[in-house]
Design a protein around this ligand. Structure first.
Ligand SMILES: C[S@@+](CC[C@H](N)C(=O)[O-])C[C@H]1O[C@@H](n2cnc3c(N)ncnc32)[C@H](O)[C@@H]1O
Length: 323
């Protein structure tokens, strides 16, 4: 049976559909009375489903770096807050253990990370995440943090700009784009930046991908230190899980997915080669069992209902008991 898709909407008409919902709930094996942490509560879609599946007395700690997301979910799920089944926290998930301990929320049965940007953030032009919505060059999940996309585009050295566009956008034309941007800056809006990038690479050339897509991804990753946040949260999530507890991670691009995949593979390894010895190494007790040999991806029906789910990849692992 397909799980109901809770769609979070706000008065401005923006909405966010949780991706891979039934796959996440089944992967996490959410049971009545479970305690779960949703590290990326966003529009609250997964959070609400976790509450429903863990009824009648399961609990969820919902975290988000974006104060607007926390405000919206605190209205949407006010009943669960009143019944003390839901606690919401504004902050980075890289401080997961500290946050869980502040709410005495450990050990837990499951942890969910649904990475990246929500439809609310993309559809709110003032947040500056999208080149299809003209807005200020911002891209901060938390508007209180100091570095914005405008600081990077308008102030950084050409070489540094080219390096991040290449590394975090995997953009083959990074040098050409950086050179053009430095020559034509400053830029104030997402639309101006997108147009300049299009000029820099000589137009759209028939590609389905907008020429600014990769550069926007790179800027967002750097502004929010996204990869460092993921590297930081994974071991903390493992520490917080009960033996048999599950971790589910949805990523939306290869840089995120690679970090998750390699970390899970490393934790699941029973034999660790020793680089100092040609044929040497040692056996050890793995901490995780990987439950998704290949990442779970949305089916055609989900992609047509929710095109944003197109690039989603879900990986799930279970914490093993110590021997
Ligand atoms: C894809 S959305 C989550 C959507 C949510 N699962 C739902 O069903 O509505 C990702 C959310 O993660 C938040 N986020 C991204 N990086 C974060 C971090 N390092 N710490 C906390 N929240 C983060 C973003 O602000 C955004 O609201």
């Amino acid at each position: 049976m397909e799980d109901r898709l809770p769609i979070a909407a706000d008065p401005a008409g923006a909405h966010h559909m949780p991706v891979l919902l039934s796959q996440v709930l089944n992967g996490l094996a959410v049971r009545p009375s479970a305690w779960m942490i949703d590290c990326t509560t966003g529009g609250g879609g997964h959070t609400e489903a976790l509450l429903t599946r863990s009824a009648p007395d399961g609990r969820v700690l919902g975290i988000d770096a974006d104060p607007a997301a926390i405000r919206r979910v605190s209205v949407r799920l006010a009943d669960s807050i009143a019944s003390q089944r839901l606690v919401l926290h504004h902050g980075d998930f890289a401080r997961l253990e500290e946050t869980a301990s502040a709410y005495a929320f450990a050990p837990v049965d499951g942890v969910l990370l649904d990475l990246g940007v929500s439809s609310f953030q993309l559809q709110t032009s003032e947040r500056g995440f999208s080149f299809s919505q003209p807005g200020p060059l911002d891209m901060r999940f938390d508007p209180a943090q100091p570095l914005s996309a405008a600081d990077i585009v308008n102030d950084w050295e050409e070489r540094d700009l080219a390096d991040i566009i290449f590394r975090y956008g995997e953009e083959p034309q990074s040098r050409r784009i950086a050179r053009y941007l430095v020559k034509h800056r400053p830029f104030a809006t997402t639309a101006q930046l997108a147009e300049a990038i299009e000029q820099a690479v000589g137009g759209r050339r028939g590609s389905r991908l907008h020429p600014a897509t990769r550069t926007f991804q790179a800027l967002r990753i750097v502004v929010n230190q996204e990869l460092a946040q993921i590297e930081g949260v994974l071991p903390q999530a493992l520490n917080l899980l009960k033996p048999g507890g599950r971790l589910a991670v949805i990523s939306f691009h290869s840089l995120e997915d690679r970090i998750v995949k390699h970390w899970m593979q490393n934790e699941a390894r029973t034999y660790v080669p020793d680089p100092a010895r040609l044929h040497g190494g040692y056996n050890r007790q793995p901490t995780l069992r990987i439950l998704t040999k290949k990442p779970v991806v949305p089916d055609e029906g989900e992609v047509s209902r929710n095109p944003r789910s197109r690039s989603a990849k879900l990986r799930v692992a279970e914490k093993l008991p110590p021997i």
